[in-house]
Write a protein that binds this ligand. Structure first.
Ligand SMILES: Cc1ncc(COP(=O)(O)O)c(C=O)c1O
Length: 473
């Protein structure tokens, strides 16, 4: 049992122990994954940063784990190890990897045309279903959530004739220049780490305030010159920050009062129910964006707008001079996306699946609370439907900054590696755990046991007493 200390402080887990464990677990990973190591050597010769997407180097691994197959809630790597996957492609595979109905629909469409720039029968069905399910009147398709957010911001500016937008500190809406800002010294400044971006927030038109700060929000909107607030219903990309009771009602009222559109990015909060957070909590946004999992993992995003916003978009479009709108991409709304969208909406995003996911995530959250209590850790666990997040702070954070302050990078990196070495995958970003309809309770128990074991070892005062690495499997 660790001595009494401030459990939320990084120093609660001795730095020397964390370093010794990280070295031990890295050696274990290297010894266990010879085929991934071999492939990594080739990747390193031909791909910048040693991976086809440099984010793949964000995993706390000396070289990338190469995957042979992903199915349901399981991954198998090229060395033959099986994993229970709680990362699920950072949400893109929230309904499982290659869900059978989606895989079958994609296979059937694959020989009937991949890129036509014309709609088909599935497009009609999906349009009806999106409106029925999410309540927005008119829809468009993009290929990623980043694209959808970017396009929606352009429509919002065009429809309102205003240039400014507002986001919350700690937000993430994808590779959208306008939104990649932080609240630093009371104003929007480029988020640390950005590469190659010119200006602040794209062109300096982005305002940023704290989440759950209605006064700052009202102050920022009061000049009636902000086109839109773009936000997640709860922040999910800086740890997790839930809205205070009443925050959404205030957000809606204040945006209406100032003629500002309210755009909700439901890309992650789709975990909350078959109609997203919006339907689960009776919200009334002007538009929503859903990417990642909406087509079962196939690259696809949709955005839906209210009838009033659609009207203003139409007016802006028809009154603009002839030319390109700058909105949309060639491969968006292709037949493969519609086949996958239809199958996913029809078969995977069902009430039954959501009920199962939510119940299982509830077990996971309760189990984590039990583990932390056993370790005398005053950590909070937050659940958003199928998604859980744990944070090293006693009370759930109310702002992005508070969530960020709860991070413990050395411990988190160790935990992620420790779990991976024991057949359990969680996202390399903060402590998000997601369950799919295919996740088993056995996987949940295994995860809880492994978190428990990792914390026990991490709290060891004398690193010299740590057990030697188990033999490579
Ligand atoms: C809320 C939210 N919106 C948008 C995106 C961007 O998604 P993509 O990278 O698929 O474009 C992300 C990615 O994590 C996200 O979390």
């Amino acid at each position: 049992m660790p001595p009494a200390a401030d459990q939320t402080s990084p120093g609660f887990f001795p730095a020397a122990t964390l370093a010794a464990l990280a070295a031990r677990e890295t050696a274990r990973y290297q010894a266990s994954n010879p085929k991934s190591a071999e492939l990594a050597a080739t990747l390193g010769e031909h791909w910048f940063a040693g991976a086809p997407l440099h984010w793949m180097r964000d995993w706390p691994l000396p070289f990338p784990l190469s995957v042979r197959e992903a199915s349901g809630a399981r991954l198998t790597d090229v060395d033959g190890h099986a994993y229970s996957d709680f990362c699920l492609g950072d949400t893109a595979a929230m309904f499982g990897h290659s869900p059978a109905p989606v895989a079958a629909a994609i296979a059937a469409q694959a020989s009937r045309g991949l890129a036509t720039m014309l709609p088909g029968a599935d497009a009609a069905w999906v349009g009806v279903e999106l409106t029925r399910r999410f309540g927005l009147a008119r829809w468009q398709v993009a290929t990623t959530a980043s694209d959808a957010n970017r396009f929606l911001l352009r429509w919002a500016r065009a429809a309102t004739g205003r240039q400014k937008i507002l986001v919350f500190d700690g937000c993430y809406h994808g590779a959208v220049d306008d939104t990649l800002v932080r609240l630093i010294d009371g104003r929007a400044q480029p988020a640390p780490g950005l590469l190659g971006q010119s200006g602040q927030g794209g062109d300096g038109t982005t305002l940023v305030v704290d989440f759950n700060d209605p006064e700052a929000l009202a102050h920022a909107l009061k000049a009636n010159d902000v086109a839109a607030v773009l936000c997640e219903p709860a922040l999910t990309n800086i740890g997790m920050v839930l809205p205070d009771p009443g925050f959404h009602a205030t957000l809606r009222a204040v945006t209406r009062e100032h003629g500002t559109l309210l755009l909700l990015d439901e890309t992650h909060t789709l975990s909350c129910g078959p109609g997203g957070y919006t339907r689960a909590h009776g919200l009334d946004p002007d538009a929503i964006v859903i990417g990642k999992a909406i087509a079962g993992g196939l690259p696809c995003a949709v955005y839906g707008v209210s009838a009033a916003l659609a009207h203003d978009m139409q007016t802006a479009w028809t009154s603009a001079p002839d030319g390109r709108t700058g909105i949309g991409t060639t491969l968006s709304a292709n037949p493969l996306q519609f086949a996958a969208l239809r199958a996913n909406l029809e078969h995977m995003m069902s009430d039954d699946h959501y009920a199962r996911m939510e119940a299982m995530a509830g077990e996971l959250a309760a189990g984590l609370r039990g583990v932390f209590a056993r370790h005398d850790l005053d950590w909070c666990v937050t659940q958003l439907g199928a998604r859980c997040e744990f944070q090293a702070c006693a009370l759930p954070p109310r702002t992005g900054r508070a969530a960020e302050a709860a991070a413990n990078p050395a411990l988190e990196r160790l935990l992620h590696l420790y779990l991976l070495n024991r057949g359990l995958v969680i996202t390399p970003f903060h402590n998000m755990l997601l369950v799919s309809p295919a996740t088993s309770m056995d996987a949940v128990w295994a995860l809880l046991d492994a978190v428990d074991a990792c914390l026990t070892e991490a709290a060891t005062r004398d690193p010299g007493t740590l057990a030697q690495p188990p033999p490579a499997p």
